[in-house]
Ligand binder design. Sequence first.
Ligand SMILES: Nc1ncnc2c1ncn2[C@@H]1O[C@H](COP(=O)(O)OP(=O)(O)OP(=O)(O)O)[C@@H](O)[C@H]1O
Ligand SMILES: [Mg+2]
Length: 305
Amino acid sequence: MKKNNPIVDVRNMSVRFGDFYAVRDIYFSVFRGEIFGFLGANGAGKTTTIRVLCGLLPASLGTVIIDGAKFIPGREDVIKQKVGYMSQRFTLYDGLSVAENFDFAAALRGLDTATYIKQRTKLLDFIGFDRTLSVVVKNLPGGIKQEIALCVALLHNPAIIFLDEPTAGVAPVARQRFWKIIRDLAAQGKTIFVTTHYMDEAENCHRIALMRAGEIIATGSPAELKQRTFGANLYKLTPRHNNVRSVDMDVFDMFEPYGAHYHVRFRDGVNVARQIKKLSRDFVVVQIPPSLEDVFIRLVEGQNR
Ligand SMILES: Nc1ncnc2c1ncn2[C@@H]1O[C@H](COP(=O)(O)OP(=O)(O)OP(=O)(O)O)[C@@H](O)[C@H]1O
Ligand SMILES: [Mg+2]
């Protein structure tokens, strides 16, 4: 990963729909070979950002550079050539066969037959596709369908691919398979820009940007985000019995139910050792390593209450 050579460079970018800012003044870079995760609640502005980066929507303000090419209105084709895009809702034509979907994408991209067939074979080998190409897409399991959609988006061999919730609604085992493919692609030098609502998946990302209400509120590797958000200040409280006395909530700045227990963070300045001693009458208190789920809850969801 060459840190000094970003493939995506976004500066003070905003997207406005009327008076509403779907994206407000965001800055970030993505480096070659990186798996870059874009996380945020529904409506945070993830898809809108991706549409700008794929040359499908002009930004209202700011600069977007993709693989050395600046986004210029009217010259969207320059950007479109450089990127692959797997959109959030539409991926493949359900009523067409796998072969027909590939043919269509190849025609759209203006690929010559030899290049197209070679690339298609390479991609299908890569995902281990072992069915016939004449199978109609709607008859494929969800996970395989998404893998084919990924191959279609990679057909013109773009340097970077944008995947907008590629595993939404996909079964857990198939999600793991899909992420293995993503990691392998990145290892081969492809840059992957991906959104997901599954925090366990986001752990696979080299770096993450967290979005809330159109703004980027944090950027970093999963380890950096965990360290910055919690340090050693995350504890699991498990009630010892059913009649817990009232808890002094003022000592916490996060208190989240997780099944039968709670994940809590003590406010800065609180005497943690003393509080743990007090809480221990009613709870088993254990310091735990934070997950991205904890980071997300504290930074994104915690702020909306
Ligand atoms: N064409 C449009 N006109 C007006 N508002 C829009 C338009 N497109 C998106 N928005 C609004 O912009 C905000 C950001 O939407 P966006 O689709 O980018 O969110 P998202 O982070 O992708 O959400 P999700 O996780 O649900 O996919 C939302 O409030 C949405 O309603
Ligand atoms: Mg979206």
